[in-house]
Design a protein around this ligand. Structure first.
Ligand SMILES: Cc1ncc(COP(=O)(O)O)c(C=O)c1O
Length: 452
């Protein structure tokens, strides 16, 4: 796996309306901070370009030494409403100053309000919201509730079906539902009640017909009646890839026929990212559960599971909880964020800016047809799939080089590492404007030409 070098190198100075590069990269003054982290943290924490963030403002991020980037990462798809937004900052400060920093399950005023706001934004069939802290926790809880319900019908009805190349988090259940073999080797004794089928992205797996789903389950000896839940990312995060609409409608019908619950993991897809409030809206199907996280607050750690009371109420009072569930400051941030997304019509902006982004990326692909195998995504999330010249073999080195060169020119993004793919992932905050997008696309074009 390539690693970001932290030896400062001279790079051309840049000063535009949005970007400013004044120092070597990384900034020499940042070395003590970077070295301290390298000394005391596991190396797994070194996956992002070595920029020491000072503050963010909308779609821009600054370091401490006068450099400024256009951010195409949203801090890994968190800051949907933009970095450092004042209404969120104000809500956080107000809550912190009130003197209530934590209450565990003791009621506080913001918890019910936030749960109601989230239910109001979900399909009508979902009338309950369980607030948690991380996306992985929301996924774990969905798995638990699918199995709990399934086993009430038949003790053997506990199979969870998920998709190759999927990612649902790094905890034990979430990682088993995930479809990246390299991330699961540590588990050793994989639970045989997790079954996996190919994700129909049409690129890494060509046959997008729903028959594959049924055939692969049959091939694995899975009795459909024993499947309690099917979990999928509404778009697959590693490559920003969507399934065909027809496939999803058939999947919904299959789940209904077999009394299995459909879980859409919207941890990175929700809250407007794809140009619709929820990414599953692109398919015209409704899941039974939505796992949320990341963009729910545009800032502090908060997640939730949305579903119907029949499953959400399976556990009695006090028996399905988490210590930091619905922390009051996180709730304040999330409420302000949801209001901001509505007030500023950020879902619409994501759809509109997305058209501009994908027009630019289509040109980039035309310029490098042998090195860009596909461009996937919708709205303000895109995956530029890098391949080795003339074939379809993923080229992780090229993706890494692009990200590395971009950060040295004032454009921040990431290539998901450890995912076995080779995607340059693009996900600016939903407040990004046309001028910022155009400038970023120009940088990407320049860098790609150099990196290939
Ligand atoms: C689709 C998806 N699900 C779940 C998770 C896990 O979320 P967290 O890192 O907050 O546990 C992620 C994180 O990247 C994700 O992208």
């Amino acid at each position: 796996m390539p690693q970001f070098d932290i030896t400062p190198v001279a790079v051309p100075k840049i000063s535009t309306r949005f970007r400013r590069i004044r120092t070597k990269m990384p900034a020499p003054q940042s070395l003590p901070v970077l070295e301290e982290m390298r000394r005391y943290e596991p190396q797994s924490m070194q996956g992002m370009p070595p920029v020491v963030w000072k503050r963010g403002d909308g779609a821009l991020v600054e370091d401490w030494w006068g450099n400024r980037w256009i951010d195409w990462s949203s801090g890994v798809l968190v800051t949907n409403a933009g970095h450092g937004r004042k209404p969120i900052v104000d809500a956080v400060v107000k809550q912190a100053k009130s003197g209530l920093l934590h209450s565990y399950l003791f009621p506080h005023k913001l918890r019910g309000k936030l749960a109601r706001m989230l239910v109001e934004r979900a399909p009508k069939t979902m009338d309950k919201c369980f607030l948690l802290s991380t996306g992985s926790e929301a996924v774990e809880c969905a798995i638990k509730l699918c199995r709990t319900r399934g086993r009430q019908a038949d003790p053997k009805k506990l199979i969870i079906v998920s998709f190759a190349r999927g990612f649902h988090g790094r905890t034990l259940g979430a990682q088993q539902a995930g479809g990246i073999p390299g991330l699961k080797t540590w588990i050793g004794n994989l639970d045989p009640a997790f079954a996996q089928v190919e994700f129909p992205d049409g690129f890494r797996f060509k046959d997008t017909s729903f028959e594959v789903f049924e055939k692969q389950l049959a091939g694995a000896g899975v009795d459909p009646r024993l499947v309690c839940g099917v979990i999928m990312e509404s778009y697959q995060g590693g490559g920003a890839s969507f399934a065909p609409v027809d496939y999803m409608r058939k999947l919904r019908a299959w789940c209904d026929r077999n009394s299995a619950l459909l879980v859409c993991d919207e941890v990175q897809a929700g809250f407007g990212r794809t140009g619709k409030y929820w990414a599953f809206e692109h398919y015209g199907v409704r899941p039974d559960f939505i796992c949320c996280g990341k963009g729910i607050s545009s800032s502090l750690p908060l997640s939730c599971l949305l579903g119907n009371h029949e499953v959400m109420d399976l556990y009695p009072p006090g028996s399905m909880t988490s210590t930091h569930s619905a922390n009051p400051i996180c709730c304040a941030a999330a409420i302000a964020n949801l209001q901001l997304i509505d007030r500023e019509r950020l879902v619409r902006n994501a759809a509109k800016m997305g058209e501009r982004l994908f027009a630019g990326l289509a040109k980039l692909q035309q310029a490098h047809p042998t090195r860009i195998g596909a461009v996937h995504g919708k709205g303000l999330v895109a995956g530029v799939q890098c391949v080795k010249a003339g074939g379809e073999e993923p080229d992780g080195d090229l993706a890494f080089r692009v990200v590395d060169l971009c950060y040295k020119r004032g454009l921040l993004m990431f290539a998901p590492v450890g995912f076995g793919g080779a995607t340059v992932k693009i996900a600016p905050p939903l407040v990004v404007n046309a001028a910022q997008l155009d400038e970023s696309l120009a940088v990407l074009a320049e860098v790609f030409a150099e990196a290939v």
